[in-house]
Design a binder for this molecule. Structure first.
Ligand code: FE2
Length: 279
C-alpha cells in the first residue's frame, strides 16, 4: 500500500472517531439537560362496567417518583402542582419515592415539599404509599400526612361519590424495604391498589381492578423501538406504562425525578391522568 493511501485511510479513521466523540458528547448533553425538561401529562381512558355509575366521569391523577433534590426542586414541584390542579382531579394518588437515598433532606427541603404538595386539591382525597427511597431519610409518613395526603400503610378506605355504592382504595408500602400486609376483602367493590414496585402486583390478595405503581421510571433512558434498557429490581417483570394482568389493569407512572443518574431520554418527566367511563 502506498504512503499516500495509508495517510488517507488514517485521516478517514480520525474523522470518524472525532465524529463519534462529538455525537457522544451531544447525546450526553441531551439526556442530561434536555431530556429531563418539562412535565408531560399522559392521559388514559378507563372503560369498565364494574365501577358504580355515580363514578362515571371520575378523574384520577397519579404522580410518582419525585426523588426530591435530584432534578426536582421547589420550582419543578410548583409547576407539577399547578398542572395537577388545572385538571381538577377527583382523586390524587402518589406511589412513592418522594425522597432519594443520595440526598440528605434538610428541614428547608421538607418545608418546600410540604408547601407545594399541600396545595394539591382533590375532591375525594389525596392518597400516598411509600417507595423504597422513602426509608433513606426520616419522617416520610409524617411529611406526606402534613401535606394533606392519607398515608396508606397496608390500609384501605371506601370512597362514595353521589351514590350508595362505594369504591375501595388500598395501598401498601414498598415491599423492598418494608413488610406489606396484603389484604383480602369480602365485599367485591371496585378496588384501586397503590403500590410502589410494579412487580408487587403478583403479591396482592385483594382481587384488585386497577393497580397503580411507579418505581421503574420507564427505564429513564428509552431507545426507539426497544424501550427501557435497564430497570431496577421490583420492576423487572412489569416496567412499561400499561399491562393487563389477568383481569387487572396495571398502570405505571414513569415519574418526575431521576435516581442513580440525572438523565432521561425519550422519557420526559410525566404524571398520569385517568378518566373513567362506566360502560
Ligand atoms: Fe423511584
Amino acid at each position: 500500500m502506498g504512503e499516500e493511501k495509508k495517510k488517507k485511510r488514517h485521516s478517514k479513521l480520525k474523522k470518524f472517531l472525532i465524529m463519534m466523540v462529538v455525537v457522544g458528547i451531544l447525546f450526553g448533553c441531551y439526556i442530561r439537560f434536555i431530556g429531563i425538561l418539562g412535565i408531560v401529562v399522559k392521559e388514559y381512558a378507563i372503560h369498565t362496567d364494574k365501577l358504580p355509575s355515580s363514578f362515571d366521569g371520575m378523574k384520577i391523577v397519579h404522580f410518582s417518583d419525585i426523588h426530591y433534590g435530584t432534578i426536582v426542586d421547589s420550582k419543578k414541584l410548583e409547576e407539577m402542582v399547578k398542572m395537577i390542579n388545572d385538571l381538577r382531579p377527583d382523586i390524587v394518588v402518589f406511589t412513592g419515592d418522594l425522597y432519594d437515598e443520595s440526598i440528605e433532606l434538610s428541614d428547608k427541603y421538607k418545608e418546600e415539599i410540604k408547601d407545594n404538595l399541600s396545595k394539591i386539591e382533590a375532591l375525594l382525597g389525596k392518597y400516598a404509599v411509600s417507595g423504597n427511597h422513602d426509608y433513606s431519610n426520616e419522617g416520610y409518613s409524617k411529611l406526606i400526612k402534613e401535606s394533606g395526603f392519607t398515608y396508606l400503610d397496608s390500609e384501605s378506605e371506601l370512597l362514595y361519590y353521589n351514590g350508595d355504592t362505594p369504591i375501595r382504595i388500598e395501598g401498601y408500602p414498598s415491599y423492598l424495604k418494608d413488610k406489606p400486609d396484603y389484604k383480602s376483602y369480602e365485599e367485591d367493590y371496585y378496588t384501586i391498589s397503590l403500590i410502589h414496585e410494579p412487580d408487587g402486583i403478583d403479591k396482592l390478595k385483594s382481587n384488585s381492578d386497577l393497580v397503580l405503581a411507579g418505581h421503574s421510571h420507564g427505564g429513564q433512558v428509552r431507545l426507539p423501538f426497544i424501550g427501557a434498557i435497564y430497570t431496577p429490581v421490583g420492576s423487572k417483570k412489569y416496567y412499561d406504562e400499561y399491562y393487563k394482568v389477568n383481569d387487572t389493569d396495571l398502570y405505571i407512572s414513569y415519574g418526575i425525578g431521576t435516581s442513580l443518574l440525572k438523565i432521561r431520554y425519550f422519557n420526559h418527566p410525566s404524571f398520569n391522568l385517568y378518566r373513567f367511563f362506566v360502560d
